[in-house]
Design a binder for this molecule. Structure first.
Ligand code: ZN
Length: 462
């Protein structure tokens, strides 16, 4: 009857092995099991052809990732979900995530930490709950907030910050925050004050990942010219020389709709109203026929009117993986980080290219020197304001300009508070001379693109 013992033994062996795989409970809260981090150890506990020249294999790097290293993920959307998953699986156990959005049903196809039942709840909270319950030992702390609502004391606590944002303004603000944390001693940057910023971005089938060492390598604002202004076509093209189906749709949206007002005087074009889109679609077809342009469809019409760039899950996955890898490389010091900008494109086949974005000597964000503004003393303040908004290297949104005249602070123009806007609006049509501004005058400009006030020096050209 010895044979009858066999199944029993087998069963107990299976139970034993299964118990080893139980992820929480039964292991005194350490949540570790045999071989759990083998995939990470292979990278940290032996040298290889791609390891950093100064790399010395050790078990300490892994302990640092698991216990000490503190990562901040900005954004819990398409990139954010991928980032949290990638970081948690790479051994990072101390992660905070900031996101101000709530979950919409349209997010569910790619933001895989969310389910139908979560619609309407904050992305940060749900993403953190999901990771924390799925990956034992990982502690994700959610912040259902705007990045602007957290202060420097908060940001200072992190070793590395990784951004998965869809807004250039938010990126620039984060960049400005990290630059403001830099400490200079006798003009020399204290490396201890640098918090590396890993930034990922995607737009349809295109994406980029970059590594920024604030104060050392090119910052977001150094390469601002790389961000095209929102898809806006030149008015002359729209009005008289359309070449693309989009130009025809823009013509109807920008010029024809306000002229014809097809649904009544006070009705603004609503991208979610099928009747509106239908009207724009028909008129765009007529316009396109006039210029022998093909390709105007209902879908494209809605896309252009609503400024939709479809989110592509695979692009997000690739870019987030690249960013998580860079976090791992920097945190472990085991590999040389990306230097410093990788572009990715999978529109047609697969293409990547890496280059070193260079620091801009007179970058308004990281150069530490007040920028010169060249204007004639007879220029109106409006012209200065337009320049701050339209200049490709500044691209401000709603700049507030103040200065000091005869030792007194004077607000020249401020848009964000209605009463002050009203009071300072007349200044816009005054000349710089009439406002009492002189050669070399310092102008302090505040804008939502940065937490810091920027200093400019006025230089008169005549
Ligand atoms: Zn810069």
């Amino acid at each position: 009857m010895a044979d009858s013992d066999e199944p029993e033994k087998k069963r107990s062996r299976v139970v034993e092995q299964t118990e080893k795989m139980v992820v929480d409970g039964g292991y005194g809260g350490t949540c570790e099991w045999q071989g759990r981090w083998n995939h990470v150890k292979k990278l940290l506990e032996r040298a290889g052809p791609f390891t950093h020249p100064d790399f010395e294999p050790s078990t300490e790097s892994l302990q640092f990732l698991l216990e000490t290293c503190k990562i901040l993920v900005i954004g819990a959307g398409g990139l954010g979900c991928e980032l949290l998953k990638g970081l948690a699986f790479s051994g990072f156990c101390n992660i905070h995530v900031v996101d101000m959005d709530i979950i919409d049903v349209s997010n569910l196809n790619r933001q895989f930490l969310f389910r139908t039942k979560d619609v309407g709840r904050p992305k940060a909270d749900v993403a953190a709950d999901f990771i924390n319950s799925r990956i034992p030992g990982c502690r994700v702390v959610p912040h259902f907030k705007k990045i602007q609502d957290l202060d420097e004391i908060f940001y200072k606590q992190f070793h590395i910050i990784v951004c998965g944002l869809d807004s250039v303004v938010a990126r620039r603000w984060m960049n400005g925050m990290l630059l403001s944390l830099l400490v200079y001693k006798d003009g020399v940057l204290d490396p201890g004050s640098i918090i590396p910023l890993i930034d990922g971005g995607t737009e349809g089938f295109k994406g980029n990942a970059r590594v920024i060492l604030p104060g050392m390598s090119a910052c977001i604002d150094c390469t601002l010219e790389l961000y095209p202004p929102q898809i806006n076509f030149p008015m002359c093209t729209i009005a008289s020389m359309p070449r693309l189906p989009e130009h025809c749709i823009e013509y109807v949206r920008v010029l024809l709709w306000p002229k014809v007002r097809p649904f009544g005087d006070s009705v603004v074009l609503d991208g979610d109203d099928p009747e509106h889109i239908q009207w724009v679609h028909q008129r765009s077809l007529e316009r396109a026929a006039e210029f022998n342009i093909t390709g105007v469809t209902y879908r494209l019409t809605q896309g252009v009117v609503k400024r939709i760039i479809p989110a592509v899950a695979s692009t997000n996955a690739v870019i987030a993986a690249a960013c998580a890898t860079e976090v791992f490389k920097i945190a472990s010091s085991a590999f040389i980080p990306l230097n410093n900008y990788m572009v990715f494109n999978d529109v047609d086949g697969l293409y990547t290219y890496t280059f070193e974005a260079e620091r801009k000597e007179n970058c308004s964000a990281c150069s530490q020197v007040p920028l010169d503004l060249f204007f004639s003393s007879s220029s109106k303040l409006q012209k200065v304001l337009d320049y701050l908004i339209e200049s490709a290297s500044l691209q401000m949104k709603s700049p507030a300009i103040t200065t000091t005249i005869d030792g007194k602070n004077k607000t020249l123009y401020l848009q964000s508070v209605a009463s002050i806007e009203q009071r300072t609006r007349p200044n816009l049509s005054k000349t710089l001379k009439e406002l009492g501004l002189t050669e070399g005058q310092e102008l302090a400009v505040a804008d939502i693109t940065t937490p810091q006030t920027m200093l400019f020096r006025l230089c008169f050209t005549s």
